[in-house]
Design a protein around this ligand. Structure first.
Ligand SMILES: [Zn+2]
Length: 118
């Protein structure tokens, strides 16, 4: 679920009211991985054809393109509990990157809820 932030500071999740949110790049991981893997696969063939400059151009070019995408895309806030994504917020100190311990706490919460349903 993707929503634009109602309050630009977004202190809480607009869907479930949870205050634990994390910040991440608003960029699909599969696309970044596809660019990386595609460049590596193509470079194997160009290297096999002894086209070293083309190989380096592909590898460095894909890394530079990936870096530009990283700088170009904005951030998204994600709720730990309901996984709602929010864009268009004003970043504050409260918006930190994903923290494994907090994520694990909410994952365990989801597991306990599923077990209680049975
Ligand atoms: Zn939520």
């Amino acid at each position: 679920m993707r929503l634009d932030a109602v309050d630009p500071a977004l202190p809480r999740c607009a869907v479930c009211g949870n205050a634990d949110l994390y910040k991440k790049k608003d960029f699909p991981h599969w696309l970044g991985m596809t660019i990386l893997v595609g460049a590596c696969l193509v470079s194997v063939f160009t290297y096999g054809m002894y086209e070293k400059w083309l190989t380096w151009t592909i590898l460095i070019g894909s890394a530079a393109f990936d870096g530009l995408l990283y700088l170009w895309v904005g951030d998204a806030l994600v709720c730990y509990r309901c996984n709602a994504h929010f864009r268009g917020f004003t970043a504050t100190e409260a918006h930190q990157p994903f923290e494994l311990t907090t994520g694990e706490r909410y994952r365990q919460e989801r597991i306990r809820k599923e077990q209680l349903k049975k």
